[in-house]
Design a protein around this ligand. Structure first.
Ligand code: PLP
Length: 387
């Protein structure tokens, strides 16, 4: 009999909620018009898009006219960073952290190629930046600070309130990649006036892949990344992807309704998993900040085993997780996040990220707790690192 899938890879992507699917389907079949059309069949769609915008705004504590739909988190990050530097041509310096997602890392590398100075702040063993280092890195010509709200690999939450306050105090724009944070923790942008740009992504909160949101604070000058028609108030050209926009709106509403559950029930299951694995498996450790952390994420390292081997054996039990190491062009390279945190080599290579969701059950977690000790001892027996 085939195993039921135990899906603990929700930071990679999530199952689309059935209510989300139901809400979006009519926009493929009955309500397929173009919101820009003059006829009412298309024009009426604008009302549904406005409703979705309000649902997202409500989740973020933003105004609906600060919310723009884009194709994904990556597009949102690219758009925010380029807009910030291109609208301040006299400023040639940006600050970011060493643990950003590749959507930001690659954009920063592109800025470097274009002659910008990029200061990359390191992190401590919990994955936290130093606010003093941030203050010291600020220059006269700093255009932008870009720091993620929560880390995708470890769940570590940056002190966004403090970081955005520092940016505001110095008159510097601040962008936060909140792809992992939105839907898992309360966010109220009305209270965080120093955030100029925020990005989230539908597929991390039970909407489909291929829809994202870019928040641009009212009054911030914006230069569109994708140019063409006047859609999204001239901030993002391209005919609106109505079904996915509707999906994003409903997913945002459901995320808001389930926030409490994320903070309590999901966190309790994550804590149970973590506590039992650490207790049952010698030479294991948690990576990341265990206090300031997303409720659904744990990143655990097992000494002297390969993360990818663990994943293969977990897969055999129908368990989906992800590893911090990736086999690139024949050389095993551990994640840039764990390396930046100074996780020792023999631990970094055996790191596994379990990321839960509101669909995760106690039985799922019990199954992982049951199989993991056997998997690790089996791999340690054949490990080339074995003493
Ligand atoms: N930023 C973070 C922190 C992420 O985890 C991801 C996706 O894994 C992205 C950005 C990119 O989002 P998308 O897949 O929607 O482009």
């Amino acid at each position: 009999m085939k195993n039921k899938v135990i899906y603990l890879d929700n930071n990679a992507t999530t199952q689309v909620d059935s209510q989300v699917v139901e809400a979006m389907l009519p926009f493929f079949t009955e309500k397929y018009g173009n919101a820009s059309s003059m006829h009412s069949f298309g024009g009426n769609i604008g009302k549904d898009i406005r409703n979705a915008r309000s649902q997202v705004a409500s989740l973020l504590g933003a105004r609906p006219d600060e919310i723009y739909f884009v194709s994904c988190g990556t597009e949102g990050d690219n758009s925010a960073i380029f807009s910030s530097v291109l609208t301040q041509p006299e400023k040639r310096h940006v600050i970011t952290s060493a643990v950003e997602h590749s959507a930001v890392v690659a954009t920063m590398n592109e800025l470097k190629r274009r002659g910008y100075d990029v200061t990359v702040l390191g992190v401590d063993e919990r994955g936290q930046i130093s606010l003093d280092e941030l203050r010291n890195a600020i220059r006269e010509d700093t255009a932008l600070i870009s720091m993620m709200w929560a880390n995708n690999e470890t769940g570590t939450i940056f002190p966004i309130e403090e970081i955005s306050a520092i940016a505001e105090e110095h008159g510097i724009q601040f962008h936060t990649d909140a792809v992992q944070a939105v839907g898992k923790m309360p966010i109220n942008l009305k209270e965080l006036k120093g955030i100029d740009y925020l990005v989230c992504s539908g597929h991390k909160l039970h909407a489909p892949k291929g829809i994202g949101v870019l928040y641009v604070r009212k009054g911030v000058r914006y230069k569109p990344y994708i140019i063409g028609g006047h859609q999204e108030y001239g901030k993002r050209a391209g005919t609106e992807n109505t079904p996915y926009i509707i999906a994003m709106g409903v997913a945002a509403q459901l995320a808001q309704e389930n926030l409490e559950k994320e903070q309590t029930e999901v966190a309790a299951l994550r804590d149970m998993l973590e506590k039992e694995l650490i207790a049952r498996i010698p030479d294991s450790r948690i990576n990341g900040d265990t206090v300031h952390r997303l409720p659904n994420t744990t990143n655990i390292s097992f000494k002297n085993v390969e993360g990818e081997a663990i994943l293969l054996l977990l897969d055999g039990h129908g368990i989906c997780a992800s590893s911090g190491s990736a086999c690139t062009s024949g050389s095993l390279e551990s994640s840039h996040v764990l390396r930046a945190m100074g996780v020792p080599f023999e631990y970094a290579h055996g790191s596994i990220r379990f990321s839960l969701s509101r669909y995760t059950t106690k039985e799922d977690i019990e199954k992982v707790i049951e199989v993991m000790p056997g998997i690790i001892s089996r791999l340690r027996e054949i490990s080339p690192f074995k003493k």
